[in-house]
Design a protein around this ligand. Sequence first.
Ligand code: BTN
Length: 343
Amino acid sequence: MPERVLKLLRDSGPGQKEVPGPALSAALGITRSAVWKKIRRLQAGGYRILASKSGYRLMDGPELSAFELQSRLPGVKIVFRENASSTNDLALETAFREMTVPPPAAPEAPLPCLSALVLADCQTAGRGRLGRRWHSPPGVNVYMSAVLRPEIPPRRTPLLALAAGLASALAIKGQTGLEVRLKWPNDLIAPAKADGRCKKIGGILLEFRSDPDRVLLAVAGIGINANLKKTDLPKGMGTAATSILAETGRRVNRAALAAAVCKELDYWTGLLRKGTKAEAHLLKGYRSLCVTIGKRIRVQTEGESFTGTASGIDDDGRLVLTTGAGRLRFSTGEVQSVRSGDA
Ligand code: BTN
């Protein structure tokens, strides 16, 4: 597998030291000519690898490629496209066409809850929640869809939404140090500025295929504004949206970020198979990052809207809204902050 050679070259030390051919063949248990073939495949895939008598040195290569992802996520099925209409559509198609309903991963698989990862550099028809478009220009952001087999009954899907939000927030924090927060159910929000405004840095679109008793397949579509410059946000989005680059002043490696999201996602969705104690850990993690709790909000559901105070997230992952008429619970909906006194 060329990605194993890539990983060894990339991990060889500061500035990517030269790695002797015999060291690569010994580490991978293959002949030197097999190593050379894999180097040639990497070179054909756009990697600049200097080959000399004393070894191989990785000079540079694409930031995003199937090799970049596979070398960070060994054993996970990866579908990478430069250009996709929507990675969620591709994930749903791929899951049904190629894998039908993907078989349960072996318990010893590296990421047992994650059946596949579909990632694109650019989307021509990126979809957001509630039928909105998702701005998906090339070369800057993360557009990924993780195919999961959560093995849960349909009524517990709100918990899966929380797991996807928490996983993404923690992965961003781990890769960049940025303290991302969550707006219920799973908008990724940059740390609030002095004016108290919360800007969105990413979002999650969860789609399911279920039979009456269990979720057969879940696709967690995750969009993260990574290296998008403030000036490249479309007109009108600048006040509501931001990016990791705009917040931290630093670029993030998108393959490393996507791989970190997958690992967190596998961990947190895996807890849903493990019973109530594990779920309590998920809920605690989610509640600690959720900015919606305690706020006066309006919840918009199909055709109706309700105003009150978000008093918590219940153990099924639903938003609890305390209103003059009592407590209401929501599995889904659109939340807006309202000023105290607004109806
Ligand atoms: C939202 O409205 O907040 C959810 C946005 C989800 C966008 C991601 S990008 C990758 C995946 N493919 C899509 O078409 N949408 C999701």
